[in-house]
Design a protein around this ligand. Sequence first.
Ligand SMILES: C[S@@+](CC[C@H](N)C(=O)[O-])C[C@H]1O[C@@H](n2cnc3c(N)ncnc32)[C@H](O)[C@@H]1O
Length: 243
Amino acid sequence: MPLKGPAKVRRHYDEVAEIYDRRYAEGTGRSYHRHISDQVMNWLPPGGRLLDIGCGTGLFIEQYLERGGRGVGLDISPKMIERGRDRVPAADWVVGTGESLPFRDDSFDAVSSLLAFSYFKDPQGMLSEVYRVLRPGGRVALCTLGRNFLTAGLPAIHTLGELARVRQVGMGNFGERYYSEAEMSELFSGASFVDVRVKRCSFAHLNLARPVFQLARKIEPIVEQRLPYLAYNICATGRKPHP
Ligand SMILES: C[S@@+](CC[C@H](N)C(=O)[O-])C[C@H]1O[C@@H](n2cnc3c(N)ncnc32)[C@H](O)[C@@H]1O
């Protein structure tokens, strides 16, 4: 029987773990990932205990630890976790789903999630779980594909890619969801976060042909400042208030 839902996502990332690492850990992929990571990182308190949800191969945790923090990576794919553990042995690694976190209340200073939020079937439930495990005053920051005309065609491309058996990161019909600024803001407020901020980032996307990507990187700061609706990703942050 064909797999569905989270089991299908897990199998996909188990299969592409090596390709994923090659795509994002070096070259243009690294610079794309760094650009996104920096936006999320700048919102988080340095030096605390971080939970990274949908942590993949540990690229963000590595960066957080370099700044003096401690980290736990959680991901649904055991193969992605294996690579994360190899990359950052000093962090803790857990196979699990972001929608039901196996951690005590108030146990993290910061929670991050990069390029994984689109997979959650219950985004409000996931954010409520994040709220529960954050200590009062702690902050969550995430980055995920936003909904605009640049991303509108992606589900169709991914579905066709699956039919043609293209072995590439994200290629499959996983029922991913992309969000507008207003929806993201509502989700965060709905989970009781305060000081909610939402912005768009990353005009240069890796799906672009390399020369176009290089050009897009050059004009990225102008687009992000003046024409943010042209950016692919949406970043959001919120703080758990003190009682
Ligand atoms: C595009 S990758 C991003 C990985 C990493 N955050 C990064 O920035 O390199 C998406 C990750 O989300 C994970 N994922 C998808 N659904 C998940 C879920 N329900 N719970 C936990 N992880 C999930 C996938 O296994 C995959 O590793």
